[in-house]
Structures are given as C-alpha cells and as structure tokens.
Design a protein around this ligand. Sequence first.
Ligand code: F6P
Length: 342
Amino acid sequence: MRIALLTGGGDSPATNAAIRAVVKKAQQDGHEVMGVRRGWAGMIEDEMDVLDRHAVSGILPRGGTILGTSRTNPFKQDGGAEAIRATVRGRKIDAIVAIGGDDTLGVAHKLNGLEPPIPAVGIPQTIDNDLDKTDFAIGFDTAVSIATDALDKLHTTAESHHRIMVLEVMGRDAGHVALTAGLAGGADIILVPEKPFDVEAMCDRIQKRRDIGKTFSLVVVAEGATPVGGEQISKDQATDQFGHVILGGIGEYIGRRIHEHCGLETRVTNLGHLQRGGMPTAFDRLLGTRLGVAAVELVEAGRFDAMVAMQGNRIVPVPLGDALQSVKPVDPELLDMADIFY
Ligand code: F6P
C-alpha cells in the first residue's frame, strides 16, 4: 500500500513522534509512506516525497513537524477537493493519514464522504485537547507542562512584589490547558471559555486571599474565555480558511479590569506560541508513537473515516464524525474543584 501522511493546523510537540511511528510501522509491514508538505496544501499542489526510516531518524524529541503545516481548507478553494483526487490518483495513494485537530480532521472526514470516497484516517493532535472521543490529543501534555512551569515562575515573582499576575494561555473553544495547568501550578483563579467570568467575583476572591494574608494572586485565563455577556477578544477580525479569527488580548483585558476594580498592581504574561514549541514530554512521545502505529493498523484493516483515540489507557478507533460532532469541554467536576484552591 502507499500511504500519504500529512500534518495540518497548529503544530504541537510530539507530532514528529507520530510521523516516525507511522513510517516505521508502515515500512515494517511493507508499505510506502509519502510525506506531504504543508498539510492539505501539499495534497492540492501534489507536493510530497517518500519518507523512509532514514528520513525520520532522530526526530522523536524534536518539536514542530518535519512535514510543515498550513491552515489550508481544500473545501474553501475552487477545485480543491478535485485537485486532491487528482493527486491521489496520480500518485496511486491508497489512503491518507492526517494528523491534526478538528479543522484538519474535518477535511479528512469530508473526503471520506465524497463519491467515490477518498479514504482517510485521522490522528488527534492539538494542544487545545478539544477533540471529542479521545482523552488526549498529541501535544496537550507538553503544553500543560510548559504552562505549569510558567505559573511556577510567576508565583515567586508575584509573591515578592505582592502583585496580581495574569497568565494567558491557548484554548480557543475549551480551556483544557488553562484548567489543567492552573490546578497543577496552583493558580488562584482559572478562567475558561466554558464558564464566562465576572470581574467583581474575581476581585472578591482576590480580596478574600488578602484577608488571610495572601498579598498576591495568580490568574490563568484561556484565550477564548469571555466576561459574562461579553465576547471573545481577537487581535484581528480577519478569518482563516476555517473561519477562525486570531484570538489574543483577554489577559490584558483582565489585568486592566482587576486594576480598575480592585485597585491592585497587575502584570500580564501571554505565553503564546511558547506552548507549542520545544521538546515533547515522555507522555506525548509515547502517545504519538502509539497513535501512529494504530493509524497504520486502521489503514491495513480498511477502517476509513475513523480516528485513533486514547480512551483510558487504551488506543481505540472511533468514527471521525463522532470525534468532530462537538468540542470536548473541560470536565465540570475538575472546574468545580478549582474553586477550592485559592
Ligand atoms: O492549534 C490551536 C491553537 O493552538 C489555538 O489555541 C490558537 O488559537 C491557535 O492555534 C493559534 O494558532 P496560530 O497562531 O498558529 O494560527
């Protein structure tokens, strides 16, 4: 068999671990892997090279994706899907393995739905961890470690200066990084898109801490969080091919409001793309490795329009349509638990 392998959307640490696993498993089973450049753009433009064991040697600990990525949506380009079909036919590709989040895997799902279908399977990869039907997506654990480390560092300087420190992290539609890192890093206030926040309630909590002698507080906020009755804050209203605006600025907004409302000195850090770079954790490397092997097994079994997922400690196949039906929200129990720790 010949498999086309691509990575799309925002990159994540340990994507290379999944690429390596797909190539090694496929090669062991006698298949050929074509590494597609720049996500779906490379399928449209027929840009790919053979990926063999040598090409993936040494990439396990490397951040980013050796294939490159893009936010190209073939269904928003004239003739995009037809161009992909031409590439598949021309290159004699039997199946596509797509690594990415809801946008990238949404394209894979649509290709499977064409007549005749273009067979594709998906591997979940997004630091946002908002794909449904999988407990973990590749890159999330590393992003949480980076955000936790940032909170640890902000803690000591917040304490020295008796300040309110606000840390903005990624998380467009769900606050998994904010909540998990917030709990692991001992944040006093955790704000996520799933639960609009109220500035007065935030000031009350900060005041309660001051009443017991805690002269500093840490706030962690997901970029997609909103004030009650308010909207997401974006840097630019321009949308990408999947209809998303570039979010950013909620941390500054909160810093300003806390200063105005509680009269306290505030500093804001936006962790930004630091969360998406660098060495993956051992957990993410293993996850990428297991999902990569399982994706090749799905192709071998002819189970297309499916995604490999981690449920509990098991890797299982799930229909792509199910994984894409809705954004996976944060665990409400964990969110309630966050209210204990301030
Ligand atoms: O991949 C998802 C994500 O990390 C979102 O949390 C964030 O909004 C977006 O990517 C930013 O991506 P970029 O700046 O690379 O377009």
